[in-house]
Write a protein that binds this ligand. Structure first.
Ligand code: ATP
Ligand code: MG
Length: 756
């Protein structure tokens, strides 16, 4: 059995750009071993090596005999490692083994797997029997160790109480991966353990409200969140929930006025049209979905299995529970109706220069009535714009396309402000029972890294945010890892990790960073997407994460891969399009909500930034650019997260059809790479990921010793085994209680054990 004693055993790493096999040949000559080989479609399949000669190996797989290139084989793990609950336990860590482990578990409805300190959750797209009181009890009593969101939430509560440090649960993943459901499952656990005051019930009821106003059907997800959310749940000294606070990140405004075919606007519009009782309908002049341009245009009014009318009542009930008064609720619905009617406002040409004016029909009259202004007052900002030229203010008439843009900008702003106002109302209600105890658990449900065929301003912002979160992720995971080594007294020199500071600098550096240059170009009257792209090329080439591409494109090397951005519409999207005239209208109308608009708008107008066309009404008319506002929110978020102990959950979408029992290897792999899961396992394992107590090690492998040791002491037996197998000193460390091994070491012992 000579070939069993190979040293060092193959240490495999095929993550990122690395592909290191310390000793490929010795691995391949180990007959009877299992290995992965790749099919033409990229999927991996398991085979057994029969023989190897030269650069070719003969393998059997599924009854077939195949000849493959030896160096294309990737080692598979011994069967005892099938479906391990932590990827760190894999002896051979490589992409096919990780994919197989996750799939093996997923097929048995074990959708949760640990990747070292991170929880991986695969969306089952069906009900799985993993939730509810019995499970909550089991995790509360530590009766089970299976990876679960409940386990993460449980750890968070315990650590909050034990260490008196605030905690955070950071959930990421691409659209449809299950972030929002996962966040709700975590909230469910916290509510069950920390409940009692009744406030937990209110907290849970914020979900249907925020989903109604902030979620929509997209091509990727029937219930896609179009905003990011951080909910901070406060606890009293006794571990009971005492209050909560929600922070949201920019709701996608463009969806209100425009969405792709097959997608919908925000759920609440359809719910209102379908579910409002007749008295309310009359009062708000509500019609049906098909009567509204904004809702009709995407040719998609309903969602399979969803009853908008029923959901309207659920939302109303939830609003009652979080103490939004009847009066306020009605105002909210009136604003929604105003938005819909605004979309129906049309224009007629009034002069030879194609200037237009809104038609004073039912639509315009209804909008004016709903927001509480005179028809003439509404007409003005929809047909003219005040401009400052030098020290004079002139009035410019609008063309059709300008007027339509202005109308849509107004609708978008009303909606965005309404959303923010609603969140504030909810926060007031949730703060009622709150006493500052300094103890909280925050749950972050935020858009994950995005890389599409065409990437625009939205992806630019989202990926920037993910770059920041990734830095947080890195810093934290290294720290934890290294602390454990020190505790067990092992010799440890600090491990370097892939730092993404260069990429963050690319975005944030002043004055020569992506964000600064974008803002600068947005203020130039003659700035275009092309001049912006050229400016980037001129100033940023020296940053290794940046590459200027042909035409209007540029590429950023993100931690999760390269993304090429198309600068088309960057400047326009970065400028906030709402004009001062509209802002003034909204702050002066007699509807119930002008305070919100006023405070919202003025808050934004303090600092400088963009829009040559917006310089009406003096210096205070300048507004923050969208990117700058986003960056501000992000910094605030990071500051809050920084003071917490984080727990990470990475959600994975197993297929693109939202269907159960379907696992697409390529798709999963791409997400594992993007959300940094492979990276974290690789980095964690670059330390000494396999740990076994001296006792366990001696018991498991002691019988392989060729010569008896004189001592029965587990540590001596362990050392004798290490020597006999020639495991190199740099491959392990002996701690006070445990042995620590590098990747692959135990796998080799395990193989030998099985073949003996
Ligand atoms: P987006 O970024 O678009 O908001 P998301 O990551 O928040 O996406 P979810 O809305 O949470 O995705 O999940 C999409 C759908 O997947 C859910 O509506 C639900 O049908 C299903 N799903 C997700 N997680 C689970 C789960 N644990 N059990 C059952 N179904 C789930
Ligand atoms: Mg979501």
């Amino acid at each position: 059995n000579q070939d069993a004693v190979a040293s060092p055993s193959p240490s495999v790493s095929v993550f990122g750009n690395e592909r290191r096999w310390a000793d490929t040949t010795s691995y391949n000559t180990k007959k009877k071993l299992q290995a992965w080989f790749q099919l033409a479609n990229g999927d991996w399949e398991l085979g057994k090596i029969i023989s190897t000669s030269g650069n070719e190996s003969v393998i059997t797989s599924d009854g077939k005999v195949l000849t493959v290139k030896s160096d294309s084989l990737v080692p598979a793990n011994p069967d005892i490692l099938d479906g391990v609950e932590d990827l760190m336990q894999l002896s051979y860590l490589n992409e096919p083994s990780v994919l197989y482990d996750l799939q093996y578990r997923y097929n048995q409805d074990m959708i949760y797997t640990k990747a070292g300190p991170v929880l991986v959750a695969i969306n089952p797209f069906k009900k799985v029997p993993l939730y509810g009181n019995d499970f909550i009890e089991a995790y509360r009593n530590k009766a089970t160790e299976n990876p679960h969101v409940y386990a993460i939430a449980d750890t968070a509560i315990r650590e909050m109480i034990r260490d008196e440090v605030n905690q955070s649960i950071i959930i990421s993943g691409e659209s449809g991966a299950g972030k929002t459901e996962t966040a709700k499952i975590a909230m469910q656990y916290l509510a069950a353990l920390g409940g009692g005051s009744g406030i937990e019930y209110e907290i849970l009821k914020t979900n249907p409200i925020l989903e109604a106003f902030g979620n929509a059907k997209t091509l990727r997800n029937d219930n896609s969140s179009r905003f990011g959310k951080l909910i901070e749940i406060n606890f009293s000294e006794t571990g009971k929930i005492s209050g909560a606070r929600i922070q949201t990140f920019t709701v996608e405004q463009s969806r209100v006025v425009q969405c792709m075919e097959g997608e919908r606007s925000y759920h609440i519009f359809y719910q209102l049209c379908a579910g409002a009782p007749s008295k309310l309908r009359d009062k708000l002049h509500l019609k049906s979905v098909n009567d509204y341009k904004y809702l009709r245009q995407s040719d998609c009014c309903s969602i399979d299995g969803v009853d908008d009318a029923v959901n309207f009542h659920i939302v109303k009930e939830a609003l009652d529970i979080v103490h939004v008064s009847m009066e306020d609720q009605e105002s909210v619905f009136a604003m929604l109706s105003a938005v819909l009617w605004l979309g129906n406002v049309s224009f007629t040409v009034i002069d030879s220069e194609n200037h237009v004016e809104p038609v004073a029909d039912e639509c315009l009259v209804t909008v004016a009535e709903l927001i509480g202004c005179k028809v003439e007052e509404l007409k003005l900002p929809l047909s003219t714009r005040k401009m400052r030229v030098g020290n004079d203010t002139i009035i410019q008439k609008l063309t059709l396309s300008q007027a339509m843009d202005t109308r849509d900008a107004l609708a978008k702003s009303i909606y965005a402000c309404l959303f923010e106002w609603l969140v504030e109302q909810i926060n007031k209600s949730l703060a009622v029972g709150k006493r500052r105890t300094g103890r909280s658990i925050s749950i972050l449900d935020i858009y994950g890294f995005e890389s599409f065929e065409r990437n625009s301003f939205e992806q630019f912002c989202i990926n920037y945010a993910n770059e920041r979160l990734q830095q947080h992720f890195n810093r934290h995971l290294f720290k934890l890892e290294q602390e454990e080594y020190i505790q067990d007294g092992i010799d440890w020199t600090k491990v370097d990790f892939e730092d993404n500071q260069d990429c963050l600098n690319l975005f944030e550096k002043k004055p020569l960073g992506l964000l600064s240059l974008l803002d600068e170009e947005s203020t130039f009257p003659n700035g275009t997407d092309l001049t912006f792209a050229n400016k980037l090329k001129q100033h940023l080439q020296s940053n290794s994460c940046f590459r200027g591409d042909r035409g209007k494109a540029f590429t950023v090397s993100h931690y999760a891969g390269e993304v090429t951005y198309d600068t088309t519409a960057f400047l326009e999207k970065n400028r906030d399009l709402l004009h001062m005239d509209s802002i003034q209208l909204l702050s002066s109308c007699s509807c119930h909500l002008p305070q919100i608009f006023a405070s919202n708008m003025l808050a934004q107008s303090e600092k400088s930034v963009v829009g040559p066309l917006h310089k009406a009404g003096g210096a205070d008319s300048q507004k923050l650019s969208v990117a700058t506002k986003f960056k501000g929110q992000l910094f605030q978020l990071m500051k809050r997260l920084e003071s917490t102990t984080p727990h990470f959950i990475r959600c994975i979408k197993p297929n693109n059809n939202q269907s159960p029992r379907s696992y697409n290897q390529g798709l999963v792999l791409q997400q594992l790479r993007c959300c940094g899961v492979l990276e974290v396992v690789r980095i964690s394992r670059s330390g000494f990921p396999t740990r076994m107590t001296h006792q366990k090690f001696a018991r498991r492998y002691g019988f392989l010793l060729l010569e008896n040791t004189n001592s029965q002491d587990p540590l001596s037996v362990s050392v004798a085994i290490l020597h006999q197998f020639g495991i190199l000193p740099e491959m392990y460390q002996v701690g006070y209680t445990k042995l620590f091994f590098r990747t692959g070491q135990i796998g080799m012992l395990e193989d030998t054990r099985n073949r003996t």
